[in-house]
Write a protein that binds this ligand. Structure first.
Ligand code: ADP
Ligand code: MG
Length: 353
């Protein structure tokens, strides 16, 4: 998405490092009272007053985490912010500031970085996050983006992975598997395009899936929703690798087992139909596909009535004693051990075929 999209190509050397930083960050005026000093000094200054500070970081490497053949740079910038914000929401916090560090080769013109930063800016505006710093350096080959997110929460509000208890209900926001199937559709189109560069794909019926892959939205709404419902999760994690591996993380951290019910896993109808088309089992995709950025959490049974009617939330199982193990209860009512097959392992399997 680098080659054809821009007419003008300004060489990075024309601006130099400081000119480039100024150019990319000139529109990042701070919005939040907690941002005391943003870009332009040796360090940013943040004041959370009586609240705790939550910090998380993610590194995205071209060719490993993204492919610019079908990932427009604006989407990449947006997604890079989402990946980090999602981790803050998974602590039941509010994402407030980010720093953005990039390593970039001279194969990228200034206009390409403008695209990347327009996605970062869009996400920062929609999610009410200030960009308060970063670092800029050259790379000999691909593009590397590292974002660090800061967030805030009251100490009694923070939710860790390790608080689930036997009999707690396991709950997930939204629906699962769409981002992975969106990637499958994009990969297929890339192959078609390689074979016939004049082909014009009709991707309308896949728009939800592709959007979930290219423009994921972190669940900023869930921590305030839970607060409004009067529910504090006992444990929480975001779904970046796939449901099964995240469920296993909660169980291992909390020292519990789990019964996860296949029939309860929320799937969008578009996921069901594309899985039929690709001849893949939709439960496998929900369990092992990645990048849904939904929140997975446990709540006390006492809170069941508070969440049961909420369309954003689905109860998919319950925690058990650790010695009962971690199981998937299939539609046929058989109990099979839950195994972690994140999306990386799926890709390896596909390569082996
Ligand atoms: P230093 O020499 O202290 O590393 P820099 O010259 O790299 O400072 O950065 C100057 C200012 O611009 C700092 O506030 C830094 O946080 C910010 N900055 C540098 N690169 C980026 C970037 N890619 N995105 C956002 N802010 C950046
Ligand atoms: Mg620097």
């Amino acid at each position: 998405m680098l080659e054809n999209s821009q007419e003008t190509k300004t060489d990075l050397s024309e601006l130099g490092e400081f000119g480039l930083i100024d150019h990319l960050t000139k529109s990042f005026a701070p919005k939040l009272p907690s941002t005391k000093k943003a870009i332009g000094d040796d360090a940013a200054v943040i004041d959370f007053e009586d609240n705790q500070c939550v910090v998380t970081t993610d590194l995205l490497v071209e060719g490993v985490h993204f492919d610019l053949a079908y990932m427009p740079l604006k989407h990449l910038g947006y997604k890079a912010v989402m990946v980090n914000a999602s981790d803050v929401y998974a602590m039941n916090g509010k994402a407030t500031q980010i720093t953005v560090s990039i390593a970039v080769s001279n194969r990228f013109p200034v206009e390409a970085l403008e695209e990347l930063y327009s996605g970062i800016e869009l996400a920062a505006n929609i999610y009410n996050i200030d960009v308060v710093g970063g670092d800029t350096t050259s790379s000999t080959s691909g593009l590397v983006i590292s974002i660090t997110a800061l967030g805030t929460a009251k100490s009694e509000e923070i939710v860790y992975r390790n608080g689930a208890k036997p009999n707690d209900l396991l709950v997930v926001s939204g629906d699962l598997g769409a981002a992975y199937m969106g990637l499958q559709v994009l990969e297929r189109e890339k192959q078609v395009f390689k074979a016939n560069p004049n082909s014009q794909p009709d991707l309308d019926q896949y728009s939800y899936l592709i959007e979930r892959q290219l423009k994921p939205e972190a669940r900023k709404d869930i921590p305030p929703l839970l607060k409004e419902l009067g529910v504090k999760p006992t444990s929480m994690i975001d779904i970046s690798d796939g449901l099964s591996s995240e469920v296993i993380h909660l169980c291992k951290s909390s020292k519990t087992g789990v019964n996860l019910f296949e029939e309860k896993i929320p799937l969008d109808p578009a996921v069901i139909s594309v899985c039929e088309e690709f001849n893949i089992d939709s439960t496998t995709i929900a369990l092992s596909g990645g990048e849904d950025y939904e929140l997975l959490f446990t709540i006390s049974q006492d809170d069941f009535d508070k969440i049961k009617a909420n369309p954003n939330l689905t109860i998919i199982g319950h925690m058990t004693e650790e010695n009962e193990g971690m199981h998937l209860i299939t539609r046929a009512n058989t109990k099979i051990p839950l195994i972690a097959r994140g999306w990386n392992s799926m890709e390896k399997e596909e390569e082996e075929k």
